[in-house]
Design a protein around this ligand. Sequence first.
Ligand SMILES: Nc1ncnc2c1ncn2[C@@H]1O[C@H](COP(=O)(O)OP(=O)(O)OP(=O)(O)O)[C@@H](O)[C@H]1O
Length: 600
Amino acid sequence: MDEETQSPPPAAEPAPKAKTLGPLRMIWREALKYPRQLLFAALALLTTSAATIAIPARFKAIIDKAFGPGADPSTINSSFQYLLMIVLVLGVGTACRFYFVSWLGERVVADIRLRVQENLLRLPPSFFETNSPKEISSRMTSDTAIIEQVVGTTVSVALRNTITAIGGLAYLFYLAPKLTAILMIGIPLVVGPIVFFGRRVRNVSRSSQDRVAGIGVIVAEVLGAMKIVQAFGQEKRELERFSERVEATFQTALRRISLRALMTSIVIVLVFGGITMLVWEGANGVAEGSISGGTIFAIVITAGLVAGALGALSEVYGDLLRGAGAAGRLNELLREEPEISAPARPTALPVPPRGQIAFQNVAFRYPSRPEVLALDDFSLTVEPGETVAIVGPSGAGKSTLFLLAQRFYDPHGGTIRIDGVPLTSADPAEIRARTALVPQDATLFAASARDNLRYGNWGASDDQIWEAARAANAEQFLRDLPQGLDTFLGEDGARLSGGQRQRIAIARAVLRNSPILLLDEATSALDAESERLVQEALDRLMQDRTTLVIAHRLATIRAADRIVVMDAGRIVEQGTHASLTAADGLYARLARLQFEGLAA
Ligand SMILES: Nc1ncnc2c1ncn2[C@@H]1O[C@H](COP(=O)(O)OP(=O)(O)OP(=O)(O)O)[C@@H](O)[C@H]1O
């Protein structure tokens, strides 16, 4: 019925509580974008609080005027009609409050999710090195769920109960100032212990659940290793270990049960004892004629409402702090600025593109590993249409070269130019349009084969897609998919082999049609037929394009115009396969290790 009875969504990794409520300002700013809904929610909030307090007031009138001998029937009817109207207002008002407050909660969360994702999409790879995708996605789901809970429920509970408590107390003072003064002392005495014990019981319940979960872990472990347990004759030990856990769980449960039993008696004694004292005091007043029966009734109900409101308020502060914690973490993601952005007035790359890429005395360290020079005084010019194979041991800096060529990082020294324009003066989007990356392992999105192929060129027609597929030697297996281009790929989609995935990546690059190709050959071995199909596709793709290829295949290396051998971020040798083999340096050694089997 009421919004606070919704159970909170499960949080993968709950945000820590904030120290202050300050970060909630961000949520407020988001909510302010919807003034109409805010106004309706506030009106509904006020109306329902007023109606809640109007109910005991109405009962007072009914008891004083419509009960007892000699009551006027018309008063009876009008009193109850009035009460029904209040009930109707309360019902409709509560529904409106629930609707608008929940609407705001969901809308604010939707907006925050969109804005966070929009910002994440601008951030460079360095950000994702220090912030794990798992952690970010937990912020996007569980932290936003907490915020939804805060806006859609907690704030509403807080406001409503504050209004009810203040309104209720004002009404009580109006009814019976002296009695209310006594109540002001009595209510905390009743609410305080209930809240205190309620918290203790909840904590113990939580550790009780943890212990039960611990039992599950042991059972799963032992069942999974049953053969080992029995083979090593460890049945007795495992039973003892299990028995310790079971007994510990029982002891925790016992604490919970005792606390709960104690709490039940305290609640009953305090609540009903309090009511009894109140009515007792009131009955004396009625006997003296200083107070009416209806007033006593109204006081009891209103005092109950106020006590309930105070109890609820004591609960929400922690939730608000947790919401502030979540808001703070999301705000960090929102405020994160990309280090690399387009200059205010970017230099346009020449049209038509020539496809030259030049590294000049480039020095670069990764921000997370400043002690290592990933590229060290690196100079290399790749002329339009040229194919340069990059070879080198692991960690030589080959992948770093590609990252810099696409301007995911800026070098610390030296310059990188595409068609003569320094990358730092160009728009990153334009740079990336000029460079097509074929990674080692093609990422397949959970989408149709068509969308996966035209990922870098959404305007491509089916004819163009098929043409690219043909060039990438991917046509045959794409035609064989159950629904052709409509077949769903990705995690739950059709399974593609390693070679097929590579050819998808090649087709994607064909459609992207960039003048410069950054090709990271897969190291994983393919069977001979697959290898041939991929190699043919690559040969076609490299035709008429400038290609920088991290080469692992002998065929690619032989076809390259030039081989650049890297080690520790520097170029150590350059030449052709024949000249480098003859020089008997690092290349010759690598070739012996890496390519001999292939060559044979
Ligand atoms: N994201 C990163 N953060 C910090 N250091 C990195 C990062 N990526 C690479 N490095 C370091 O930079 C140097 C060059 O790495 P790079 O990945 O360019 O080598 P590589 O030649 O491509 O190696 P491999 O063939 O194993 O992929 C290495 O010392 C590596 O440890």
